[in-house]
Design a protein. Structure first.
Length: 487
């Protein structure tokens, strides 16, 4: 008879050594303390499945996990449970594929335009938040990220699978002290080739890069099978599409083609103009034409709604205790002070010329833009970008991104599809991750509730499977309390 677990919360660490050997992994004591489920064969029974393909949720399913992979996913009535399976009864729970975070940095703002590497807290928080694969999408400490990836892959550190993006490809005049400034196309090629040799997967171009430098970077990366995304300013979205860029970050907030007096290869004095942004129509006119242009050129777009929501409203998102608990005292104080500033009438008057903030209207336009882009056939990806004024935190922000996609007009099923399938597709890993299907890696998220009906249930993650090993989300989060924002 199979060993049946009626209360998933009570299921603790079991048969570590044997199952880990079966999976070809050797987990360190540091990782093992967060492991909740570790058996050669695991059956998740009576569970609701949202498989990531965009198909409707399926009720009363059984997912069979064997040696780190999904053996089958079918109706409970049709499932045959091996006698040695560890069985979990998951009535009232939902399983989705592991999230694929496509703008998931390893750093966080620590003050005065400087960012600190969160090599301890962020890997744990991403995994706890249901993110089993990330693209770092710009690195300030690429060697740290590369070594962290090795440590996670070898079972020494808890965290998601990492696609490490090289150091920013930035041009002359950058505001960011931590970035190398390219001296021209030759330097761009040298930089790309050097970091590909060091082991990074792809690249991110930044605000002051010129068209010539960006073109050289793209060509060098493509020659070696790597991709380039960009948070641009001096180069517009359409110009980047002409140069062959693969992906664009953030969306309308950073597209300078609509800035009055925009000069070639120059970042406007006011690169993000929410007043102008709010007047654009994604369904007609120039913005609609840009959407069509990007789709025709097969340029993906990465949504990072949490960082814009945080900087756009004085009263949202609500301040959650779990966010406050994760932040170091000084980081918490800085974040709350920044939020207060954006509700101050005198600050708004100095910044925008009006006591009424234009940011909420601009944020609404960003939602409309991303929805229109996707519905036009564009590949929309999901991330969080833990930067800005602070408060956007690994894992928590990835969950919020899915919720905000629903606010943008997507159904919960569509939003989960974007945050799983689309990211895997872009990374070229759809044969391994991104959906729940036989033969794929057992990267799964167990959620109490039904996010297909109530998307906020995304926050009720209890267990995260990575390669068939189930990690305790609550324990991972607890281990990071007070650590985010500490260098």
């Amino acid at each position: 008879m199979p060993n049946t677990l009626r209360n998933p919360l009570a299921f603790l660490v079991l048969t570590f050594s044997f199952s880990s050997l079966c999976l070809g992994q050797s987990l360190s004591p540091e990782v093992r303390q967060f492991v909740k489920i570790d058996a050669p064969v695991v059956a998740l029974t009576h569970v609701r499945v949202i498989d990531g393909t965009g198909a409707a949720a399926r009720e009363d399913q059984t997912i069979l996990i064997s040696k780190g992979k999904i053996e089958s996913a079918k109706d409970f009535s049709a499932a045959s449970l091996p006698k040695d399976a560890q069985v979990l009864d998951l009535h009232g729970y939902t399983v989705i594929p592991g999230l694929v975070g496509m703008h998931d940095h390893m750093f966080y703002p620590v003050g005065r335009g400087v960012f600190g590497e969160m090599a301890y807290s962020f890997p744990r928080l991403y995994l706890a938040g249901g993110v089993t694969t990330i693209r770092t999408t710009g690195s300030l400490e690429p060697y740290t990220d590369l070594e962290l990836k090795k440590s996670i892959d070898s079972g020494q550190t808890p965290g998601p699978k990492m696609h490490v993006t090289g150091p920013y490809l930035e041009g002359k005049g950058s505001w960011a002290l931590q970035l190398h400034q390219l001296t021209g196309p030759e330097d761009a090629v040298r930089t790309v080739n050097y970091w590909l040799d060091e082991g990074v997967n792809d690249f991110k171009a930044y605000m002051f890069i010129t068209r010539a430098e960006l073109k050289a970077s793209i060509d060098a990366a493509h020659k070696r099978g790597a991709k380039v995304t960009g948070h641009l300013c001096a180069v517009t979205f359409r110009e980047a599409a002409d140069l062959g860029i693969d992906d664009l970050e953030h969306g309308l907030f950073v597209d300078t083609e609509f800035s009055p007096g925009k000069r070639p290869d120059e970042c406007p004095e006011k690169p993000e103009d929410p007043v102008i942004m709010a007047t654009l129509d994604p369904n007609s006119g120039p913005l609609h034409e840009t959407i069509q242009y990007l789709v025709q050129h097969h340029v993906a777009l990465t949504s990072t709604l949490p960082v814009f929501e945080m900087g756009s409203f004085s009263d949202r998102p609500s301040v959650q205790p779990r966010q406050l608990d994760a932040l170091a005292p000084e980081a918490k104080a800085a974040w709350l002070a920044n939020r207060l500033r954006y509700s101050d009438a005198s600050f708004l008057k100095r910044t925008y010329g009006s006591e009424q903030s234009p940011l909420p209207a601009a944020f609404k336009k960003e939602l409309e833009f991303e929805y229109a882009f996707s519905k036009a056939g564009g590949l929309l990806l999901a991330g969080l970008d833990p930067t800005g004024m602070g408060g956007v935190i690994a894992g928590f922000g990835d969950q919020r991104e899915v919720e905000l996609l629903v606010e943008a007009g997507f159904t919960p099923i569509e939003a989960i599809h974007i945050a799983t399938y689309n990211g895997a597709q872009y990374l070229g890993e759809l044969d391994r991750i991104g959906t729940i299907a036989s033969g794929k890696q057992a990267d799964l998220v167990v959620i109490k509730g039904d996010p297909s009906k109530k998307i906020e249930d995304m926050e009720n993650i209890e267990t995260v499977f990575k390669d068939g090993i189930g990690y305790d989300s609550a324990k991972l989060i607890e281990s990071t309390q007070g650590s985010v924002g500490v260098r």
